[in-house]
Design a protein. Structure first.
Length: 364
């Protein structure tokens, strides 16, 4: 069944949330800010905490959290994720305050022309293998960015991270919150970025209706509210990188007539695959893809993608167009085109309302 599509709004997105934080700490952002968040930050709190809960889109809150609970009661506004609505693109946009068109961390798998491979970005592996893509980190070498933590520090402020992927690498949620609490009790005004992997991993494994997700999310809500309520002079913001939608998965490799037109496996995301097509086979690819998937996917060529500014409104990264491919398809249903690996029960990455709309929850 066709779903409601919500395009990213780069004046009301995660990018703009980070821009508001930069502005509050005296750093001039490249992107517009969120005026309502600017007004909140104008109070000049001693501590500003941004906690990003992976996968906790508004649709997931609706399925699993009590409307009288802490998160719903303190939901201040809703905004969009970026495109694709996925962790690689969205968390990088939060950390860089840039849209994907500018930072070029586009999806779980990216094509890097310098190494001639699709690379699983966060793992630094050749797509679908356990083999390192290079002796160095490919994404960090060819698409580096300056984090908002670094920008605030360079501007003379204090800024820290609390995430399994930022030193000292807290690996359970209680440890993430313990570090936030410790930092907030230190002297001086500061920004703390915190990140946790749930409910995303449970959603992928169990689907959006899962009781496991409900139990985990309600536990997270309780712990966050307890901490946020205990910290004086602290603004505690809670958001997500994207939502989720139950996936009706098929493998693109099961369609040899399409695979014969491609130079390599698709990359980006199973709900937003991009395609590098063999020279002279562009129209053949388009015809074959639409013959199979026109009811479930919208297919755009490179110029249409750029014209629609799906990845952002601002300056393009020098590698963006090379990484983009010849075509991009985005799902308008539950249909999901896996490239390799297992079919996950729930996914994200496209522009359905369930995937795109995320909360900004405010304690303080």
């Amino acid at each position: 069944m066709e779903k409601r599509i919500v395009f990213p709004d780069y004046n009301n997105s995660l990018v703009n949330l980070s821009s508001s934080i930069l502005k509050a700490f005296g750093v001039e952002p490249d992107e517009p800010t969120l005026r309502s968040v600017d007004d909140i930050l104008a109070r000049d709190y001693k501590n500003v905490v941004l906690l990003l809960l992976d996968g906790m889109g508004v649709s997931i809150m609706e399925k699993h959290l009590d409307k009288t609970g802490a998160f719903w009661s303190n939901l201040r506004l809703k905004c969009t994720s970026v495109f694709p609505a996925t962790t690689v693109a969205a968390t990088t946009s939060v950390l860089s305050s840039l849209p994907p068109v500018s930072h070029a961390w586009l999806g779980w798998d990216n094509f890097y022309p310098e190494v001639g491979e699709n690379v699983t970005v966060f793992l630094n592996r050749v797509q679908g293998t356990n083999r390192n893509a290079a002796s160095y980190n490919v994404a960090q070498k060819f698409t580096p960015y300056k984090s908002i933590i670094t920008e605030i520090k360079e501007g003379g402020g204090k800024a820290y991270g609390s995430s399994p992927f930022i030193s000292p690498y807290p690996y359970v949620f209680d440890s993430v919150l313990d570090r936030v609490e410790m930092l907030c009790k230190e002297d001086g005004r500061k920004f703390v970025y915190a990140y946790w992997t749930e409910p995303d991993s449970l959603l992928h494994k169990n689907g959006t209706e899962s009781e496991e997700v409900k139990k985990e999310l309600r536990t997270i809500e309780e712990k966050v509210y307890k901490l946020a309520s205990s910290l004086p002079d602290t603004l505690f913001l809670v958001t997500a990188d994207h939502g989720h939608i139950d996936a009706e998965g098929v493998y693109i490799t099961e369609y040899p007539e399409i695979m014969k037109t491609l130079l390599r496996l698709p990359s980006l995301e199973p709900r937003t695959p991009n395609f590098f097509v063999k020279e002279g086979m562009e129209e053949v690819f388009k015809e074959r893809f639409l013959d199979r998937f026109r009811d479930d996917f919208v297919l755009l060529d490179r110029e249409e993608v750029i014209e629609k500014k799906l990845f952002g409104m601002r300056k393009e990264h020098p590698l963006f167009r090379e990484m983009l491919g010849d075509y991009i398809a985005y799902s308008k249903s539950n249909k999901t085109l896996f490239f390799y690996g297992e079919k996950l029960k729930s996914m994200h990455g496209s522009m359905t309302e369930d995937e795109m709309i995320i909360p900004i929850i405010v304690f303080g």
